[in-house]
Ligand binder design. Structure first.
Ligand SMILES: Cc1ncc(COP(=O)(O)O)c(C=O)c1O
Length: 414
């Protein structure tokens, strides 16, 4: 299960001339992200599934070291040898508020910001605060599967307003949303901004329309912005509550540095931004009553370090991810296997449209696993509209990505 094994599995020269004809950028010499790190013995969920020499490209964590500044902050906190009960310090809230302002141009009042015990747990606490069992929560599939999973586990009902895929682009179905929101049982909508798995950084106008529709029907919008820091190609992340006065009243943001800084294993790295006082007080009291309001010392140290001003590590990471995405896009453009990649605005995930292969989903998944020896995420797990797709996690060293692409080519007999 060692990640180091991924390239070791690659016979020298496997890429042959395949990628050299793709117009890809040469390996960026000396990029720290080129390092193949050994994840063996780190209890990695991702690599634990690769039991037969596959390259795991499913669950969304990256095979990179985290930001060295974050690691240094963790080490230094550990060196204090004191791990007692911990409260949320003012610097934590300040770091988040400054990050939102400096990185995303969203001027938040510090009062609006609070700790959230991870993004999914944070969203789950929103269901518990603002909905009752049997109430409906609107989601927009294909979308991150844990929304529906926990809506149902908590006895609420997930209702789908599927995204519309037209001309190679996704957009929201506002008419569908209006109809679903009109149901008195509909109490909440979960927006995925940017959207996983389709990689969309939602535009201001679409989110204004969401806010206008939801406010009319008394539906609260929870915006999951875990990928907000991974918006690529010089585009900007637009925090939902920043798009209009209405959005700031009807919405709340749950986000965290988990994805951008690869901190999933620290766990519970999250925060909320809730401009509306009444919602904020109710939400924070739910978190407190569940005793989820005590972040770990590592969460605090990591988040303050990650959200420092002038984080150049993150810029380099994003540049590297863009290079990987371009590699995938070029590869599938120049090798016409019938797989169409969607270039994401955000995330390190490439949504691959495999529908023209005409394979049923289980066959498609075994094609990748058994024949190509890579493990992408199953598109159908993201709900309506995910059938015929897979999601490829390209948060890995370029040599590993090249190995994966070469394996796909091999599986097609090339
Ligand atoms: C959209 C989205 N939200 C939340 C999460 C999980 O966040 P956390 O680990 O903080 O619960 C993921 C993980 O893949 C995700 O893709």
């Amino acid at each position: 299960m060692a990640a180091a094994g991924a390239t070791a599995l690659l016979p020298a020269g496997t890429m042959g001339g395949l990628l050299s004809s793709c117009g890809e950028k040469p390996l960026s010499s000396g990029s720290p992200f080129d390092e193949v790190i050994d994840r063996g013995g780190t209890w990695s969920i991702k690599w634990g599934r690769a039991t037969n020499g596959e390259i795991p490209m499913w669950i969304a964590d990256m095979d990179f070291r985290t930001d060295p500044y974050v690691s240094a902050a963790l080490r230094s906190r550990l060196d204090r040898d004191v791990m007692g009960y911990t409260s949320t310090p003012a610097e934590f809230i300040e770091a988040i508020a400054s990050w939102e302002k400096n990185y995303h141009g969203y001027d938040v009042d510090k009062e609006w910001v609070g700790y959230a015990p991870g993004v999914i747990t944070g969203i789950n606490q929103a269901y518990l605060t603002f909905t009752s069992p049997g109430d409906k929560v609107i989601i927009q599939p294909p979308v991150y599967d844990h929304f529906k999973l926990y809506i149902e586990r908590l006895g609420r009902v997930a209702v789908d307003n599927p995204l519309i895929f037209e001309g190679g682009r996704y957009r929201m179905d506002f008419e569908g949303l209006e109809n679903l929101a009109d149901d008195p049982k509909a109490k909440m909508m979960v927006l995925c901004n940017p959207h996983n798995p389709c990689g969309i950084a939602w535009d201001r106008e679409s989110m204004r329309r969401v806010a206008d529709i939801c406010v009319r029907h008394g539906v609260i919008v929870v915006s999951d912005e875990i990928y907000g820091d991974v918006v690529l190609y010089g585009k900007k992340h637009t925090p939902f509550c920043s798009v209009s006065e209405t959005a700031s009243r009807v919405g709340m943001i749950i986000a965290g540095p988990t994805k951008a800084f690869n901190l999933a294993g620290i766990s519970c790295t999250g925060f909320c931004i809730i401009p509306d006082k009444d919602k904020r007080e109710r939400y924070i009291s739910t978190i407190r009553n569940a005793k989820l309001d005590e972040p770990s010392v590592f969460t605090i140290a990591a988040m303050i370090a990650a959200y420092r001003e002038d984080n150049t590590w993150l810029s380099s990471l994003k540049e590297y991810i863009e290079g990987n995405i371009e590699r995938v896009v070029s590869f599938f453009t120049e090798n016409d296997f019938g797989i169409k990649p969607l270039r994401p605005d955000a995330t390190f995930l490439v949504w691959l449209d495999c529908r023209s292969l005409g394979m049923p989903q289980d066959q498609l998944m075994s094609f990748f696993k058994e024949k190509a020896k890579i493990i992408p995420s199953d598109g159908s797990s993201y709900g309506t509209g995910g059938e015929g797709f897979v999601r490829l996690n390209v948060g890995c060293p370029r040599s590993v990505l090249d190995d994966a692409l070469s394996r796909i080519a091999g599986a097609f007999g090339k």
